[in-house]
Write a protein that binds this ligand. Structure first.
Ligand code: PRX
Length: 629
């Protein structure tokens, strides 16, 4: 961990420019009366009908926010901008990997969304139907999401790097009838073949009846009558009218489901709502990045993850910001692609992951310094702890020591930032610093007592907040079990991360304390990886653990027991690795697969991954009294 005395104070210029100048005062007010704080934020937005009650906590842990309020996130993200000065402002600037550029004003974006929404309606999509979206990073990915929201149909976006099995698993849980995809997208100069993957998913996802495909690459794809439609064909028909009324929904109606890995079993479909999520994403985005009308904002995530949902799409659009989006790989065709685009488009804020920073850092400074990055005023980091070397490089080489770094800690579950600096916060490299407004956060032991300064414990959030996922789709019991059971009496949210709080009240996230592995900031469950390994014919049992990796933060190491008669070999190791990559998608491909005769287990048969990890790192195995012989 970094030295907690290593402090970077904001310059006078940064402080002078900042809208919020006194964190402590506003923080105190916000936690004294959080409902007032959130209601004041909600009042900044448009409501078709105002709420009757800010917070209903009668059915813990199923909190409800802005009860009785009628809204739609699209009213705030698009419609209201059409009658104000944002109408002609750029909402979206997009650059494809081959270098093609498309731009949309708020007015143009709204037209695209209306047409898409009318196409979905013509395909029979109604309020409450869950539409699956599996797309490359092209503007239509955003149009499709917003179109769903507009008609009150929750979207379930699946990251474009996932396999057909992963799609089918999510579709089968959500029971989607319609899927939106593209023929492919560009990545490292090659066309990906998304529609082919969707076709395979459709064979094992019986609820899917209709697939709408956007043409991006022009590669040949297999289409079937009465099932497959090109988006450009549909939008040229009279069904794709230019106007589409935004559906009035309840504040608590679902906006989307986003599947994420948990410590056990299948992925969890976290449910976020129109009302609370609108308030939370817009407030956090506006305050933490101090969004000004002239800003060009780049969240270099994929809309397939929560970061993309909250801070590429919804938060920034509600705030009337100009979003930049890029389709492809950061190092294509050269490692200066990002810096070139920041220079070309005059980007003011870059929000990305430590993995991306470490990845670009290894090419050396000259790729960065040959471009003019003087428009940058703030930087951001998310997804995993940022190591101080990467922080300092980002600060010095990219930010020229004048751009504070907003290291934001949050989760798919929280919908938006929870622990984060503001531009005025003195920064400590590697620490996400302090709680956002309205939050009380602690590091506690098993019994819920707060641990001392710099001692490791479990991170808990003590107060409800509007951005929190309301439940796990179809699995309310699992929602209680996973997040609320542990500190049920105190009604605290158990985040699943271990952390420390230092003597200045700064939080230092250490990592997941459960069986979730963060690889390049992506969240994967050991249970999912292990079941993918075991689905290989030669393997009977497996354990997956994370071990530190210079670029990815963590890499996956697998220990597998072979079936009787199978012999370990390099070729088999490669085969098992490729198999996992195919079953789950390339991000889950293990770094190493070792064949072993047995796995350390408790007497009740649970694999002791912690022991495997300690052994691999040459560390003390700790308490092994529960280990079976
Ligand atoms: O372990 C924490 C890590 O990412 C987890 C949440 O992952 P996910 O739901 O995929 O959301 C990622 C984007 C918000 C957390 O439990 N994490 C996220 N941000 C940080 C972080 N760890 C350290 N520092 C962060 N800034």
């Amino acid at each position: 961990m970094a030295n907690s005395k290593d402090i970077y104070h904001p310059s006078k210029e940064v402080v002078d420019y900042a809208t919020i100048k006194d964190y402590d005062k506003l923080y105190k007010q916000s936690v004294k009366n959080p409902e007032k704080f959130w209601a004041d934020e909600a009042k900044r937005l448009d409501w078709f009908k105002p709420w009757d009650k800010v917070l209903d906590s009668s059915n813990f842990p199923f909190y409800k926010w802005f009860v009785g309020g009628k809204t739609n996130i699209i009213q705030n993200a698009l419609d209201r901008h059409l009658t104000n000065a944002n109408r002609n402002k750029l909402a979206l600037i997009w650059e494809g990997e081959p270098g093609d550029i498309r731009t949309y004003s708020y007015h143009a974006l709204s037209r695209e969304v209306c047409e898409f929404a009318n196409v979905l309606k013509a395909m029979g999509v109604r309020k409450g139907d869950i539409v699956t979206i599996y797309m490359p990073q092209i503007p239509e990915q955003i149009f499709a999401m917003l179109a769903c929201a507009k008609i009150g149909a929750p979207h379930s976006v699946i990251y474009g790097g996932f396999s057909h099995e992963a799609i089918a698993e999510r579709v089968n849980d959500a029971k989607s009838r319609v899927i939106v995809t593209a023929d492919g997208g560009y990545r490292r100069g090659k066309a990906t073949r998304l529609k082919e993957i969707v076709n395979r998913a459709m064979e094992i996802a019986p609820t899917l009846e209709i697939c709408i495909t956007v043409k991006r690459t022009g590669e040949e794809v297999h289409m079937e009558n009465d099932r497959d439609y090109w988006y450009h064909d549909l939008r040229s028909l009279p069904i794709a009218e230019k106007c589409c009324c935004t559906e009035e929904v309840d504040a608590e109606d679902p906006l989307f489901i986003l599947y994420t890995s948990g410590s056990t079993g299948k992925p969890k479909g976290l449910v976020h709502t129109h009302g609370g999520y609108s308030v939370y994403t817009s407030a956090t985005h506006r305050m933490v990045f101090d969004i000004k009308p002239e800003d060009r904002w780049w969240c270099a995530a994929d809309p397939g993850w929560i970061t993309g949902h909250s801070y590429m799409v919804y938060g920034p659009l509600i705030n009337g910001a100009t979003i930049f989006m890029y389709e492809g790989a950061p190092n294509h065709p050269y490692p200066d692609r990002w810096w070139k685009m920041i220079d070309k488009f005059g980007i003011n804020i870059l929000y990305t992951s430590p993995t991306a920073i470490r990845g670009l850092m290894r090419y050396g400074e000259s790729w960065v310094t040959k471009h003019d990055l003087s428009t940058l005023r703030l930087l951001g980091s998310v997804g995993e702890p940022i190591n101080p070397e990467a922080w300092k490089w980002y600060h010095r080489v990219v930010g020229k020591e004048k751009c504070p770094i907003m290291d934001t800690w949050w989760q798919t579950e929280t919908g938006g930032f929870v622990i984060t600096p503001l531009p005025i916060t003195p920064l400590k490299p590697g620490s996400a610093t302090k709680p956002f407004f309205g939050h009380e956060i602690a590091v506690v032991d098993e019994t819920g007592s707060e641990v001392g300064p710099n001692e490791v414990g479990a991170l808990v959030l003590k107060k409800p907040f509007p951005g929190m996922a309301r439940t796990i789709f179809n699995e309310p019991e699992r929602y209680i079990e996973t997040y609320w059971k542990k500190y049920e009496e105190k009604k605290w949210y158990h985040a699943g991360d271990s952390a420390k709080k230092d003597e200045d009240g700064y939080f230092w996230i250490i990592g997941r304390s459960d069986d979730v592995i963060k690889v390049s900031g992506y969240r994967l469950g050991t249970a999912e990886i292990e079941s993918a390994v075991v689905s290989h014919d030669s393997v009977t049992e497996a354990a997956a653990i994370p071990l530190p990796h210079e670029l990815k933060g963590n890499a996956i190491y697998v220990y597998a027991i072979l079936r009787d008669g199978e012999k370990p070999s390099k070729a088999l190791e490669r085969e098992v690795k490729d198999h996992v990559g195919k079953v789950m998608g390339p991000i889950a491909k293990p770094e190493s697969v070792s064949f072993v005769d047995s796995l350390p287990k408790t007497r009740s048969g649970k694999i002791m991954r912690r022991v495997l990890k300690a052994r691999a790192l040459g560390e003390d195995e700790g308490d092994v009294t529960t280990m079976d012989d």
